[in-house]
Design a protein around this ligand. Structure first.
Ligand SMILES: C[S@@+](CC[C@H](N)C(=O)[O-])C[C@H]1O[C@@H](n2cnc3c(N)ncnc32)[C@H](O)[C@@H]1O
Length: 304
């Protein structure tokens, strides 16, 4: 990730959650705090910029969407919203199950503008929450938290790490993280931006630092997302846009080989949701245009 572009994708995903919470019904994921992380000027900027993506994603539709609000709704529903909303919901659904099974720590890897620790203060207070992120993104988030006037919850810790340069084990060791406690790791919207070697290194680090029975959720792209003749329009646009903003997508995993890949790293694949599974679970009861994103999968694994 280039320093001057740090965290752009984290801002765009948070903006999609803010938009959804303030414009849509029913809600796939209710991030009622995300809106407060943006200034009024940024609202104007993101509304205009995201609406303008219709030119890139579906140039043939631009003439029909001359109204900015309509173009913005189209881009949110067809492009920016579905992955971030459903994976955030999946992560917290899995977390709730894990807490019922005794998890005491929640480590959010590549946390971006995640608001869990502030949004679910009461329910989440029994958990020690750690936000791990690229130092530049994390510093930018902390400035936004201060600007929003949010008090830092006592159970929240920040751990700055560049996964491409540093070992996650060392970073966790130097924090209040307790390697003896059952832990739930979420890693949402991050594997795409790392090489397979960096993903494997992080998974090995987590295995060394968590007791058996700890859990992890993550989302990943399948290899067809990187094949120009097979990738759908939304995923191709996502790859183009992230490349232009300095956070190129780098890796994919074969859904059929994932269990074996994880097994070799010390993880048991517990659940592996395809785009059609995600559609059925989180989008089937809607009458708008939010649908699961093709080539994007969600997985949950347990440390053996
Ligand atoms: C698309 S955002 C996802 C943020 C959040 N998890 C979400 O779902 O909204 C990608 C996140 O990965 C982080 N990231 C990307 N490359 C990284 C790296 N090399 N080291 C640490 N974090 C990284 C970014 O800082 C950002 O917070």
């Amino acid at each position: 990730m280039e320093e001057n572009q740090a965290g752009i994708t984290a801002l765009v995903t948070a903006y999609s959650r803010a938009y959804h919470a303030t414009h849509d019904s029913p809600l796939i994921f209710n991030d009622f705090l995300a809106d407060q992380l943006f200034t009024p000027q940024e609202h104007v900027f993101f509304d205009r910029t995201i609406a303008g993506l219709i030119k890139v994603i579906a140039p043939e539709l631009e003439v029909h969407y001359t109204d900015q609000a309509a173009a913005l709704a189209w881009v949110m529903q067809h492009h920016s919203g579905p992955t971030t909303l459903s994976r955030s919901r999946y992560g917290e659904d899995c977390l709730e199950k894990a807490v019922r099974q005794g998890v005491e720590q929640y480590v959010i890897l590549g946390a971006g503008m995640d608001t869990f620790a502030f949004r679910r203060l009461e329910w989440g207070s029994s958990l020690h929450v750690f936000e791990v992120d690229h130092p530049v993104t994390q510093a930018m988030k902390r400035r936004r938290i201060a600007a929003a006037g949010w008090a830092l919850p006592a159970n929240l810790g920040f751990i700055p790490v560049d996964f491409a340069q540093e070992d996650l084990t060392d970073a966790l060791k130097n924090s209040a993280y307790d390697p003896e406690k059952l832990t739930f790791f979420s890693w949402l919207g991050v594997t795409y931006y790392l090489s397979r070697a960096e993903v494997a290194a992080a998974l090995r680090s987590i295995v060394r630092m968590a007791p058996a029975g700890s859990a992890m959720v993550f989302d990943y792209m399948d290899p067809e997302a990187f094949e120009p003749d097979k990738a759908g329009g939304s995923v191709s646009a996502m790859r183009d846009i992230t490349r232009q903003t300095g956070e190129p997508m780098k890796s994919s995993f074969d859904p059929d080989g994932l269990a074996q890949d994880l097994e070799s790293l010390g993880w048991h694949l517990e659940e592996n949701l395809s785009p059609s599974d995600i559609e059925e679970r989180y989008f089937s009861a809607r009458d708008d245009s939010y649908h699961a994103t093709e080539h994007v999968h969600f997985a949950m694994a347990i440390k053996e």
